[in-house]
Design a protein around this ligand. Structure first.
Ligand SMILES: NC(=O)c1ccc[n+]([C@@H]2O[C@H](COP(=O)([O-])OP(=O)(O)OC[C@H]3O[C@@H](n4cnc5c(N)ncnc54)[C@H](O)[C@@H]3O)[C@@H](O)[C@H]2O)c1
Length: 356
């Protein structure tokens, strides 16, 4: 049986990936996660007892534990998602981003390289290391054009700079040591089980709590939204059929201005869970100071993964979005438990404002 070692499997995309692998393949899944504020065991509570699932509570920066995990579980595939992932938090403090995203990735690469070199024959040929990255490494687009896999790197935030660094390390381990790596750079994900500091869940929960809906700047920034299940399906396709050393961009063909996203949330919430105090949730929209270094537009050219691997997203924003809002309405315990912890929807990332 194949064993897939997933890092960051208790996070938003990682938990969707673990669930997808168990449902759609016959692999054994080993999830390594440090359970930071963003890692949530409740996202995997219903599959905990699955005999094809193993959880290791560990930090990817801990080389000894990583070596033990590789030696014990003998992965055929590594899918590396563990990261500090929130731009606003990276503006407040970059240290954890540098530690996990850069140092942690280098520890995993070294561990994987030692392990891969000791494999022989077919096992060595079949081994793959997938690094999951972001389109934010390419910087900002103007009103025209799309990010391709050849777009030069030009990251703006401490988060995207740390992801860009990790991408360079991954490519270097391929060119220098021949490690069979693949890299994916994807656009903004949305879907169930996303930590409520991110735009879409923050807006849904703020509607439910009758709180202001904070829109950064003028709300004109454009993102290309990708439904999380479309993303994880693409990740499996890339690691199973993609060419080692190659990069694949993944995008949802769903470009929207942030204010359009917020309007859509309000309208859907008006339909599915109307407010008792407001005629429309749009009344709660409040413009706040912009994020420092806020990239204007991201949009992905996903033609390589479409033409070479036959992937295209199943969900449109309308269909994926309805599923997402409904999930937050149906799973209030999941996010109430988060709200009872350290995060209550407060504004993050203000350190760069006024150069503070
Ligand atoms: N969410 C998006 O829209 C998006 C877009 C593009 C790329 N990505 C990338 O996809 C990956 C997953 O993103 P996400 O949104 O699921 O992130 P997330 O913040 O929801 O989850 C990250 C997970 O990594 C774990 N983790 C953090 N530091 C760790 C460490 N040192 N050791 C072990 N585990 C650790 C956390 O506990 C958490 O479970 C990241 O690499 C991110 O950069 C995300």
């Amino acid at each position: 049986m194949k064993t897939v070692l997933v890092t960051g499997g208790s996070g938003f995309i990682g938990s969707a990936l673990v669930r997808w692998l168990l449902a759609h393949t016959d692999v054994h899944v080993v999830n390594i996660d440090k359970l930071t504020y963003a890692g949530n065991p409740e996202s995997l509570a219903d599959i905990e007892g699955d005999h094809r699932y193993t959880f290791i509570h560990a930090d990817i920066c801990d080389q000894k534990t990583m070596q033990q995990a590789f030696t014990t579980h003998k992965p055929t595939t590594v899918m590396h998602l563990a990261a500090e992932s929130h731009v606003d938090r990276s503006i407040d403090s970059a240290a954890e981003f540098i530690q996990t995203n850069i140092v942690g990735t280098s520890v995993l690469l070294d561990t994987a390289l030692d392990y891969w070199r000791d494999l022989d024959g077919a096992e060595r040929d079949a081994f793959r290391f997938l690094h999951v990255s972001t389109d934010e490494v390419y910087g900002s687009l103007g009103s025209e054009g799309l990010f391709t896999e050849e777009t030069p790197y030009d990251p703006s935030s401490p988060y995207s700079a740390s992801k860009a660094s990790s991408d360079h390390l991954v490519r270097a381990w391929h060119r220098t040591y021949g490690l069979p790596v693949l890299i994916t750079n994807c656009s903004n994900n949305y879907g169930p089980r996303q930590f409520p500091e991110k735009l879409i869940p923050l807006m849904i929960l703020s509607c439910l709590d009758d709180k202001p809906l904070p829109v950064y700047g003028t709300g004109e920034n454009i993102r290309d939204w990708l439904y999380v299940e479309d993303h994880v399906e693409a990740l499996w396709l890339v690691v199973s059929e993609g060419m080692p050393g190659r990069t694949y961009n993944i995008g949802g063909h769903n470009e929207l201005r942030n204010i359009e996203v917020v309007h859509m949330i309000c309208d859907l919430m008006d339909e599915l869970s109307p407010s008792s105090t407001h005629a429309s949730y749009r009344e709660l929209i409040t413009y706040v100071s912009d994020r420092p270094g806020h990239d204007l537009r991201y949009a992905i050219d996903a033609s390589r993964i479409a033409s070479e691997l036959g992937w295209k997203p199943r969900e449109t924003f309308e269909t994926g979005f309805r599923k997402t809002v409904q999930w937050y309405l149906d799973n209030r315990d999941w996010w109430r438990h988060i709200q009872q912890g350290t995060y209550q929807g407060q504004r993050l990332g203000l350190k760069g404002v006024n150069n503070g």
